[in-house]
Design a protein around this ligand. Structure first.
Ligand SMILES: Nc1nc2c(ncn2[C@@H]2O[C@H](COP(=O)(O)OP(=O)(O)OP(=O)(O)O)[C@@H](O)[C@H]2O)c(=O)[nH]1
Length: 304
């Protein structure tokens, strides 16, 4: 690691892609530390859900979600969707994970081709689960991966025993631009997923609306529970608060069209966040002048 006194501080974004089960989440969590820090206030530079933030003396690496490529099952055979493409071009580095204990397959080749289309972003090819194979097999896999595409670097790692974890961090940080931390340390909490879900709904509601509305919208997730007897479905009940009836009309749109669209977009984002299907019940309420009313503010989650 470079010393903060001799090198400039770097900060920026990375995302991880790869087939299901290759160890992306485990690697992200290992990089971030025990707690996946989630923040509800994001800089304007990204509209992606944040998976975690790696704090180092020399850098701040913000790991964002890649909806779609995070779950390539649904993407295989489909065209690279614009959301995925924009995520891949917005980040400063991409970590492409392939497991050491499995031969490369069509899924890996599909992702490699997709990544070749966004050639602007450097890709670090990461061979995960290195602890599961012999040195010889690991070397063979690294060669195979090397021939799969144009990588900025190739690195083996084991998130399980920590082997080369710092190297993965260093390589990704090496691609970040120089700059101040985007999130102050003290600002970070492991805020519950419920707050992040509220933030995703708020974002979806703000998409494409005029400038005056943003400060008038607040979202509260009242309840977020797995559906009884199901482990693949989460029910989310949320209220979207506006300050005036005229704003309510804007948010709802003609015959409710806009609200339906907001709901669909938010639901997809929350599904990507939780990794499950989501049923989203979204209602709009007018809380008159909520910004000026301390009682309302507290109810909406804005604590003093
Ligand atoms: N031995 C070993 N197992 C690992 C390692 N990293 C992850 N695993 C295991 O691999 C399985 C899949 O890991 P995940 O991190 O959930 O994989 P993922 O790529 O995020 O999966 P999706 O969410 O389906 O895309 C889990 O059972 C992990 O415990 C590793 O470094 N070594």
């Amino acid at each position: 690691m470079t010393s903060p006194t001799t090198a400039k501080f770097r900060s920026g974004f990375a995302c991880f892609v790869g087939r299901p089960n290759v160890g992306k989440s485990t690697l992200m969590n290992a990089l971030v530390g025990t707690k996946v820090a989630i923040t509800s206030s994001r800089p304007q530079t990204t509209r992606r859900a944040i998976r975690g933030i790696v704090h180092r003396p020399d850098a701040q690496l913000i790991i964002v979600d890649t909806p779609g490529l995070h779950k390539p099952r649904t993407l295989l055979g489909e065209r690279l969707d614009s959301l995925v493409r924009s995520t891949l071009t917005e980040v400063d580095a991409i970590g492409f994970c392939m497991p050491a204990d499995q031969a490369l397959g069509p899924g890996d080749r599909f992702i490699a081709r997709s990544l070749a289309q966004v050639s602007k972003t450097p890709v670090v090819a990461i061979v995960t689960k290195a602890d599961l194979v012999s040195k010889k097999d690991l070397a063979d896999r690294l060669l195979e991966v090397g021939e799969l595409g144009e990588w900025a670097d190739i690195v083996p790692v084991s998130a399980r025993d920590g082997y080369q974890l710092d190297v993965v961090g260093d390589l990704l940080v090496g691609h970040l631009p120089e700059g101040m931390p985007l999130y102050p340390d003290g600002d970070l909490t492991d805020e519950p997923e419920q707050l992040l879900a509220a933030e995703l709904i708020r974002e979806a509601a703000l998409e494409g609306v005029r400038d005056e509305l943003p400060h008038s919208i607040a979202v509260v997730v009242d309840e977020m529970e797995p559906r009884e007897g199901r482990d693949d479905l989460v029910d989310v009940y949320a209220h979207l608060f506006v300050e005036r009836p005229s704003q309510k009309a804007i948010v709802i749109g003609t015959k409710g069209a806009r609200l339906r669209e907001v709901g669909t977009n938010a639901r997809k984002q929350i599904e990507a966040l939780l990794g499950t299907k989501v049923f989203l019940d979204l209602r709009v309420k007018v809380a008159k002048d909520w910004q000026r009313d301390p009682k309302q503010l507290r109810r909406l989650g804005f604590y003093d």
